[in-house]
Structures are given as structure tokens and as C-alpha cells.
Design a protein around this ligand. Structure first.
Ligand SMILES: Nc1ncnc2c1ncn2[C@@H]1O[C@H](COP(=O)(O)OP(=O)(O)OP(=O)(O)O)[C@@H](O)[C@H]1O
Ligand SMILES: [Mg+2]
Length: 681
């Protein structure tokens, strides 16, 4: 009862304490009190309103605790530095609601809202970090990074606005969303049990919350940092510069309006045109020869694989440029990492773009547009009905109604798709590009499997691009050619750097650093060079020409998420990667073991994992093996997650171990030892 008395005192209504006690009202029933109950207790109208609002706040403060699904990675219990895209969402007008609604109803409304946020963001791989009243704080990029975290956050925000609007609650609800990206320190777990939460330090969460505060109801406002990572994937409205509390200087803000209709990721990121293609003459030549052959009616398939950023999309773009003046039909299909389970996603997208659907089109208009494209392939009405259904358009009576079981419908749709391709190929040669097959849903894979078989006698050239983790089932077909893109050589990398810098000058040492750290991957080269240029212009006149600004060589924001995604997939092996990263680009099994202080079995399992994931090269057999980070930037990313103190301690341990157990290194490579001593402070 004392708690109730204290609570009433805080509200400035101690006069009711006795009456509450007489009626046996304690904190366990407080939340269930209705307006009528309070009236019966003799509480005045004004005080009833105040009390109910305070009760509602109690309700808001004790939301369902975020419960990560079992398959989700658990947050770590040690602090680390991360780039995270933070989303903050809030219910519009909750104070007004609390004044107007019965607290029990309000509680239901808030619970429904929070459930909706949780469900929506989870679908996009977001992590609900905290409920704050009726606001929700969400991370994208922690505990699990994805290469497209910024995009996931923006999509989740837009979907959330729609989903909250559709909620069937007593009052119509609206939400506001703010999103920002930046480096934060995700701290140790504080508190215990359900109240446990992870402290996040950095200006990003504050920025997201402040941007949310400036948003109009039902809008998603994003920071410049996030905007930069999104290219042209969305349509934006420039909201100009804003002064925000607790944030230094004016910040530029944007409203994300809707996903844009650009063809694919590659186009979205290269809106301002392409740099010149460097190298790849032989590969382009091979594609052109296969195209010539396909045109004669001997259909061809090229299976184009390579690691992220190596230039698969760039090469297909080069082919399209070369064929620009030739008459042909081009069909492009894009898989997406957020839609790996969404049946026929790339095919639906292709058809929507071909028909030219606009977001404001009515179903009627869309059907008309669909009919217009289908007419080019003389599509029979039954097939048109299937396509309309595939695009979730209602049959307004223009097509026959089909009585099919789901299984039959799937079968017939797949047949209709191949028939469509065949019909098109009779008019003009067809160039089909199926991008990022590693993210394809099973139904699309089946559709393309059929296409691959049918193509053999058609004037169709199909290029399938994918990363090495995918194994296309079509390898080995006589009309299929596997083409693997390798890293570029130093001369080619230098040419890419020059392409990015244009006429700005980069010091030779900086240039050499970029060449060394990017390992022949064009994407890394471009992003590192851009980051260096930006850092250079920021530090501007203060920096003597040619001096290496240390920050400039940190992992650029644009690469951070994709590199972290590779590390996060490793689970416990991540720690071994961090220790290895502190030792250097190359390290011996023996030194690692001495520093890590782990059992041989544990260490071996982690190292195997790192090798299998393509992050480390191994030479020799453990315990005499040595390891090399396949990418300097992966090493940098792993190293960059370490906080100052653990990093210092790690270097101290390495220096000690070298001095006491690896006297050879200490003698022959004193500079190595010196580096660790230096970093150990
Ligand atoms: N040969 C090249 N010459 C010039 N620039 C290149 C070359 N290859 C790739 N690039 C550039 O490098 C970046 C990455 O290339 P691209 O997007 O084609 O990689 P990708 O293999 O398709 O990667 P992902 O697996 O992520 O789709 C692009 O900006 C591209 O323009
Ligand atoms: Mg690509």
C-alpha cells in the first residue's frame, strides 16, 4: 500500500491515499482501474483524468519485453564498435489518446502498436532493442549485420506506416519514423532478466529519435548518413537542413516516400552514370560470341559467378551497352536478399516494370497496362489470367476464371512463363539477365530451370549472375558456359582509382595503400578511393598535401555492413578473427594459439570456419599452418569492432607472447614487435 501512497503523492493527490487503502487497492490492481471505479472512490473528474493518464503511462512503461526468436543471433555480452542503422518509431498523439480513452483500452491499443512494430521490423531483420513508452527503438545491423541494413530499415519504416494505418483498433492510429546510420558502441548488457538491455552509445540513436520528432504523421524521415547508402533505391523528398536538440550543427533530412522503380541495385547505385570499364576484354568477348551463337537459334546460357563487388553486374552492363543498337528484346530479373522466400519475386518485378506500373495506378489501369505488354507476346487469355493473378491483380471479368488447385496453378504459371519467352524469341533475339541468383526463391529457380532447358533451340541468351555460395543446378549442360570473374591486377586497380579521382591528386603512398588494401576487388577500390577523397576534402587545408589522414583509411561506411555481415555469420569464430586481425594480415597458428589461450579443438573449429567462409587462406597443416586474411578490409572490419581497451590489452598480450615465446620474430622483425608495443600504449 505504501507504493500506492507514494504514487499518489507524486501526482500531488495524497488526499486519496486513505480511500485507496480502505478499498484494498494496491499496485497489482492499479492498471485495471476504470473511470467508473475511480468515480465510486469519490475521485473528482479532473483528478480522474490525471490519474488515468498516469496509469496509462505505467502501462506504456511496462511493455512486452523484446524476445528475439531462437534462430536470431543473441546480442553479445561484450561491448564493441559497430555501424548500425537505428530506427525510432513513435505513436502519434498518444497523450491525446490517453486523455480520451479508458486505460484498459489504451493499453490494448499500445500493445497492438508495439506488436505491429515488432512483427514488421523483424520481417526485415531488425532487432527491437527497447520500448520507451509508446516509442520503439530498433537496430538494423546489430546483432546481425546484413549488407543492405539501410535499405531494410527504410523498407521496414514504410511498411510500418502502412501496417499501423491498417491496424484495427478502437482509434485510428498513425506513426512517425526516424532513421539514422552511424558508428555506435554497443555496450555490455546492463540490468538482468527481462529488464536486461544493451547500452548503445553514440549520437546515432539520438539523431534517429530527433528526426522522428520532426516527422509529419505517417512519414519516414532519414538522416543524410542513411540516405547516402540508399542511392536511388527510394524516392525521396529533400526536407532541407534542420537544427536538432543535442546534435551539433544543422543536419540534412530526407523523407523516404516509396521504393523507386529503378531496375536493380546496380542501377540504383550508379544513377550518375558509369565509369569506364577497365579490363575484362576476354570476358566481354566471350559474352559477345555466345550472343552471336544464340541469335542463330542455338540458345546459350552463361553462368557468371564471382565474389561481391567483383564486377558481375558491371560486365553485364557493358554487354548491354555494346548491344544497344542491335534489335533485341531485353528481359531483366533481379533477386533481392529481402525476398528469398517470396515466390516468383524477380519475375513479378520484371513484369511490373515491363508494364510500367506506377504507384498511383488503379487495379484497372494496371490491368490495361498488363494487357498492352502481353499483347506483344500474343499471350492467350488463360495465361494472361495467370499473370494477372501472379501480380495480385483482381480479375475484373476480362479474363476467363480458372478453377485450379494451388498446385495446378503453379504448374500452369510456370508453363505460361516459358511459353511467353518462346513467343518473344520468335519475334526478336532475346537477352535475358537473371541477377543475383543466390537470392532466388525456389519457384523462380524452377522457372529458370525450365527456361534453361527450353532455350537450347531458341534465339535466347541467358546470363545468370551469382556469388560463389550458390551452385546453379545447370552447370554441365552442353549449352551452358561457366565464367568466373577474378580479381583485377594492380595496373587495372590503379586505372579504377584514376577513374574515381578524376583530376584530383592523390599522393603516391595513399594510392599504393588503396591498391594494397583492396585486393583487386573493384567495389572496394571505388569505395576506398571515394572515402579517402572525402576525408581529404574534409580535413582540407589543415592537412599537408600527401600526408596520410588515418581516418581516411578506415573501412568506408558504404562497405561496413557487407563486411560485417561476413563476420557475423561466423558466430564464435568471430573472436578468433578479431585476435588474428590484431596480430596482422598474416599470422601463424602457433602465435594465435599462444595469444588466444583457447583449446586446440576450439581454435581448430574456428579457423576451419573462417577458411570455409572464404575469409582466411590457410597454408600448411596445423599446428604449423599460417593464415592470411583473404581481404585486408575484412581484417580492418574485424579489428575495427574492438574497443580501445580490449584492443590495447590484446596488443600487449601479443607483444609479451612474441618476446617470451617467439624470440625469432622479436629478433628478425623488430618493427613488428615495436608496432604491437606501440599499440599497447
Ligand atoms: N572492370 C571494371 N571496371 C571499372 N569498374 C568496375 C569494373 N568492375 C566492377 N566495377 C565497379 O565496381 C563496383 C562493383 O561492381 P558490380 O556491382 O558489378 O559487382 P558485382 O559482382 O555485381 O557485386 P554483387 O555480388 O554485390 O552484385 C561497381 O561500382 C562497378 O562499376
Ligand atoms: Mg551485382
Amino acid at each position: 500500500m505504501q507504493q500506492i501512497a507514494d504514487w499518489l503523492e507524486k501526482l500531488g493527490m495524497s488526499e486519496y491515499a486513505e480511500r485507496f487503502a480502505e478499498s484494498d487497492i494496491d499496485t497489482s490492481v492499479l492498471r485495471d482501474l476504470t473511470d467508473q471505479d475511480l468515480k465510486e472512490l469519490g475521485v473528482s473528474l479532473g483528478h480522474r483524468r490525471k490519474m488515468l493518464r498516469a496509469i496509462a503511462e505505467l502501462v506504456g512503461a511496462a511493455p512486452p519485453s523484446p524476445q528475439p526468436a531462437l534462430t536470431e543471433p543473441k546480442p553479445q555480452d561484450t561491448a564493441e564498435r559497430r555501424q548500425v542503422t537505428v530506427m525510432f518509431s513513435d505513436l502519434v498523439g498518444s497523450t491525446a489518446l490517453s486523455a480520451r480513452m479508458d486505460p484498459e483500452d489504451l493499453r490494448e491499443v499500445i500493445a497492438a502498436y508495439q506488436k505491429c512494430v515488432d512483427k514488421t521490423v523483424r520481417r526485415f531483420g531488425g532487432y527491437v532493442a527497447k520500448y520507451m513508452g509508446d516509442g520503439v527503438l530498433v537496430y538494423f545491423g546489430y546483432p546481425q549485420a546484413h549488407e543492405d541494413d539501410a535499405e531494410r530499415a527504410a523498407r521496414a519504416g514504410l511498411e510500418l506506416v502502412a501496417a499501423v494505418g491498417d491496424l484495427k483498433t478502437q482509434a485510428a492510429l498513425q506513426t512517425r519514423v526516424g532513421i539514422a546510420t552511424g558508428l555506435v558502441v554497443v555496450g555490455d548488457l546492463i540490468g538482468s532478466g527481462a529488464a536486461q538491455e544493451q547500452a548503445v552509445v553514440g549520437e546515432t540513436p539520438n539523431l534517429a529519435a530527433r528526426l522522428q520528432g520532426t516527422a509529419e504523421p505517417n512519414t519516414v524521415v532519414i538522416a543524410e548518413s542513411t540516405r547516402k547508402l540508399l542511392g536511388n533505391l527510394f524516392e525521396f523528398e529533400n526536407l532541407g537542413a534542420k537544427d536538432l536538440k543535442g546534435v551539433a550543427g544543422p543536419v540534412r533530412a530526407w523523407a523516404a516516400l516509396r521504393p523507386s522503380s529503378v531496375e536493380g541495385r546496380f542501377e540504383a547505385m550508379h544513377a550518375s552514370g558509369l565509369t569506364e570499364l577497365i579490363g575484362r576484354e576476354e570476358e566481354l568477348d566471350l559474352l559477345l560470341r555466345r550472343w552471336s551463337k544464340a541469335k542463330t537459334g542455338e540458345g546459350q546460357v552463361v553462368l557468371l559467378s564471382g565474389e561481391p563487388g567483383i564486377g558481375k553486374s558491371r560486365l553485364t552492363a557493358a554487354l548491354m551497352e555494346r548491344l544497344a543498337t542491335e534489335p533485341h528484346t531485353r528481359l531483366r530479373y533481379f533477386c533481392s536478399p529481402q525476398h528469398t522466400d517470396s515466390a516468383l519475386y524477380p519475375i513479378i518485378g520484371q513484369m511490373q516494370r515491363a508494364a510500367g506500373f506506377a504507384h498511383e495506378d488503379t487495379a484497372q489501369t494496371k490491368l490495361n497496362k498488363l494487357d498492352a505488354v502481353l499483347a506483344q507476346g500474343f499471350t492467350p487469355p488463360q495465361d494472361a489470367a495467370l499473370f494477372a493473378e501472379m501480380l495480385s491483380l483482381p480479375n475484373d471479368g476480362r479474363y476467363p476464371t480458372l478453377e485450379l488447385t494451388p498446385r495446378q496453378r503453379r504448374q500452369k504459371t510456370l508453363e505460361a512463363l516459358t511459353a511467353q519467352m518462346e513467343a518473344l524469341s520468335r519475334q526478336k533475339p532475346v537477352l535475358m539477365i537473371f541477377e543475383d541468383a543466390h537470392w532466388a526463391d525456389p519457384t523462380s529457380l524452377e522457372a529458370f530451370g525450365r527456361a534453361v532447358d527450353r532455350i537450347r533451340t531458341l534465339g535466347v541468351f541467358l546470363i545468370v549472375t551469382y556469388r560463389p555460395e550458390f551452385e546453379p543446378p545447370w552447370i554441365g549442360r552442353p549449352h551452358a558456359t561457366a565464367l568466373i570473374l577474378n580479381r583485377l591486377d594492380e595496373r587495372e586497380i590503379a586505372a579504377i582509382i584514376d577513374g574515381v579521382t578524376g583530376n584530383k591528386l592523390l599522393s603516391p603512398s595513399l594510392r599504393q595503400d588503396i591498391i594494397e588494401r583492396t585486393d583487386g576487388v573493384p567495389l572496394f577500390v571505388e569505395e576506398m578511393t571515394k572515402a579517402v577523397l572525402e576525408a581529404d576534402s574534409e580535413s582540407g587545408a589543415r592537412q599537408a598535401a600527401g600526408a596520410v589522414p588515418f581516418a581516411a583509411l578506415a573501412v568506408p561506411a558504404s562497405l561496413h555492413a557487407s563486411l560485417m555481415a561476413r563476420l557475423d555469420r561466423l558466430g564464435p569464430a568471430r573472436e578468433v578473427a578479431q585476435i588474428g586481425a590484431a596480430i596482422g594480415r598474416e599470422f601463424s597458428h602457433a602465435l594465435l594459439k599462444a595469444v588466444a589461450g583457447k583449446s586446440e579443438a576450439e581454435l581448430a573449429a574456428s579457423l576451419d570456419r573462417l577458411v570455409a567462409a572464404g575469409l582466411l587462406f590457410r597454408q600448411g597443416v596445423p599446428p604449423h599452418a599460417t593464415y592470411l586474411f583473404k581481404h585486408a578490409l575484412v581484417q580492418d572490419a574485424a579489428y575495427g569492432t574492438l574497443l580501445r581497451e580490449p584492443r590495447r590489452a590484446l596488443h600487449a598480450r601479443i607483444a609479451e607472447t612474441m618476446e617470451s615465446q617467439f624470440t625469432g620474430i622479436a629478433e628478425n622483425q623488430p618493427e613488428l614487435l615495436a608496432r604491437h608495443c606501440n599499440e599497447a600504449g
